[in-house]
Design a protein around this ligand. Structure first.
Ligand code: BDR
Ligand code: CA
Length: 350
């Protein structure tokens, strides 16, 4: 059975790879894309999604604009991490595809109501629009087949404050509303949480980009290298490969500037892979809540692994995976897709 997915993103370099992973997966279908404010403002997120759909020659897929601000606090964006437009050094032609005329929250609700028990929600940005959707339709936890979330940090340091993961940091009130809402979900509908504990083990290196380009039929004459100075651009004749290289190069440089090496954490495409195939992940149930009042720890996710709060588990947290299997899938799927969309004989620079 094909996984039918509502994708909720703040595109974003790694969100872009998550979108490409889904588009490239024959066992997945995107029912709609919610553009959530986070890495960049929501209208930029929407424009990035539409532009990727063009580059990929995708059919018409609904892209719905999300709320411009988090539920209770001003929006914080992170162009230093994801580039001025949110996609690193990639410069995608602006799309003329139309935006949906319904909001992201409305799209969540109406798609879930139209296909009860069928759709998988995949959130790789702040949870603002899902929280707004839950206010409209509190039955979403049972209307969805499954929810997969990239967010939080449990037995692991944060990437935004000492204890905060970015997506939860941007809208902690929304994250709490979502976790609270799923407290009533049956065990087989508990959200799967891909937190930093696991997603920071999903390390992409230049070698992965080289293999992807080869798989796409365009081995690079100047592959991305850890020895490159900042700011080089891809000359690949395949537009999908070229834009991926330019986006991920920026992410490599960001991680290097933060003393993590010339690599990039592929948080969001990992969550996409888990949404299609949960068998990729080892899961452990826990009760998850979000600290909203701590002076040092606001927006920290806390997991009660041992039932000390006396509350039922409301999440299945990913505690293990095989990054090699994930990268093999990413390279095979996206490489083959890039080749199919832009076959080697017909490649042109655009
Ligand atoms: C998350 O933060 C964002 O910057 C990434 O796109 C990812 O979703 C990781 O903390
Ligand atoms: Ca993201």
């Amino acid at each position: 059975m094909r996984a039918r997915i509502i994708l909720d993103v703040d595109t974003g370099i790694d969100d872009s790879l998550a979108l490409l992973y889904l588009l490239a997966s024959p066992d997945a279908e995107i029912a709609g894309i919610a553009a959530t404010a986070g890495n960049v403002p929501a209208d930029r997120v929407a424009a990035n999604n539409l532009a990727w759909l063009d580059v990929c020659g995708a059919p018409a897929i609904e892209v719905a604009l999300g709320a411009p601000e988090p539920l209770a606090i001003p929006l914080r964006t992170t162009e230093d991490t994801h580039g001025p437009q949110g996609i690193g050094y990639a410069e995608l032609p602006e799309s003329r595809r139309p935006l949906s005329d319904r909001s992201a929250a409305r799209m969540w609700v109406e798609l879930a109501r139209a296909h009860p028990g069928e759709l998988i929600g995949l959130c790789t940005g702040p949870l603002t629009n899902l929280a707004l959707a839950l206010r409209i339709e509190p039955e979403l936890p049972t209307l969805l087949r499954r929810l997969v979330v990239m967010g939080g940090a449990f037995n692991h340091p944060g990437n935004t404050t000492p204890t905060n993961e970015w997506n939860v940091h941007v809208d902690p009130e929304a994250a709490k509303e979502v976790f609270d809402a799923f407290s009533s979900a049956p065990a087989d509908r508990r959200p799967i949480i891909c937190a930093l504990d696991i997603t920071e083990t999903i390390e992409m290196f230049p070698e992965h980009l080289r293999r992807l380009a080869e798989r796409a039929g365009c081995p690079p004459d100047r592959p991305v290298s850890a020895h490159d100075p900042d700011g080089l651009r891809s000359t690949s004749p395949n537009p999908v490969v070229r834009h991926i290289d330019d986006a991920v190069r920026f992410y490599f440089e960001f991680h290097r500037h933060h003393d993590q090496g010339y690599l990039a954490h592929m948080h969001d495409p990992f969550a996409a892979a888990v949404a299609i195939d949960p068998a990729l992940a080892v899961l452990r149930p826990a009760t998850v809540d979000v600290e909203l009042t701590g002076t040092l720890t606001r927006a920290t996710t806390v997991a009660d692994w041992a039932g000390m709060w006396g509350r039922q588990p409301n999440a299945d947290i990913v505690i293990g995976t095989d990054p090699v299997v994930f990268f093999d899938r990413l390279i095979t799927r996206v490489g083959d897709f890039a080749r199919a969309v832009h076959p080697p004989a017909r490649q042109e620079v655009s």
